[in-house]
Design a protein around this ligand. Structure first.
Ligand code: ADP
Length: 207
């Protein structure tokens, strides 16, 4: 069976996780590369032995998980280290994504990839690009509140991500999440209907 996969992206704090949860509640299969990455670097995470071997135990918390703050600071000051970390994580994330997609029995899949546009890895398997968008000021406010990061830290991450214009240019669908959560729900519901129908039509065409 060919799965219908919607690639979902958006800047930090735009509302990807919030929207993903709404899709999941409506019956979609949500595969979140960020969540997978967190799992791989959590206590007993599959990537931790290699991270410890290649970076050192000072990058680990007492419970064996990755010390994100230490790694963030290190990578920020040592750009080649980012590649090293990515080479440990990317293959494993891809593998976990493939497994999750194989197992899915839901009508369609929402694949959440924060760097969907920056990194081409998932482009070949997705049928559509869905961008969650909101005002940059709201992004900064929401992301700094949620993650306990400073506004400047959020701004620095935003500066390293694809700019809003480029992201919107490649979008097939856009969810405007500048408003309230109550406004968001009907928009996600409508898209859910749309994706169900697109997934079904794809099946009928035998493609
Ligand atoms: P992302 O996954 O894109 O980084 P999140 O979905 O985690 O973003 O949203 C960031 C924060 O903003 C979360 O605390 C979330 O609850 C909150 N949030 C998301 N959408 C809205 C909204 N429309 N109104 C108010 N708060 C929101």
């Amino acid at each position: 069976m060919k799965r219908y996969i919607v690639g979902m992206t958006g800047g930090i704090g735009s509302g990807k996780s919030t929207v993903a949860k709404m899709f999941a509640d409506l019956g979609a299969c949500v595969v979140d590369t960020d969540a997978i990455s967190h799992q791989l670097t959590g206590p007993q995470g599959g990537a931790m032995p290699e991270i410890e071997a290649k970076f050192g135990e000072e990058f680990l918390n007492d419970d064996g998980s990755l010390n994100r703050q230490v790694m963030r600071d290190y990578v920020f000051n040592h750009p080649p280290a980012r590649k090293k970390l990515e080479s440990i994580l990317h293959g494993r994330i891809r593998e976990a994504v493939s497994e999750a997609i194989e197992k899915a029995s839901e009508p369609y899949i929402v694949l959440v990839v924060p760097l969907l546009i920056e990194v081409g890895t998932y482009r070949p398997i997705i049928s559509r690009v869905l961008v969650v968008d909101c005002e940059e000021s709201a992004q900064i406010e929401r992301a700094s509140e949620r993650a306990g990061m400073s506004r400047d830290a959020v701004r620095a991450i935003m500066a390293a991500q694809t700019d809003r214009k480029t992201r919107l240019r490649v979008a097939d669908d856009v969810i405007d999440n500048s408003g309230s959560l109550a406004l968001l729900e009907p928009v996600v519901k409508q898209l859910d209907q749309r994706y169900r129908s697109l997934a079904l039509n794809q099946g009928q065409e035998g493609s």
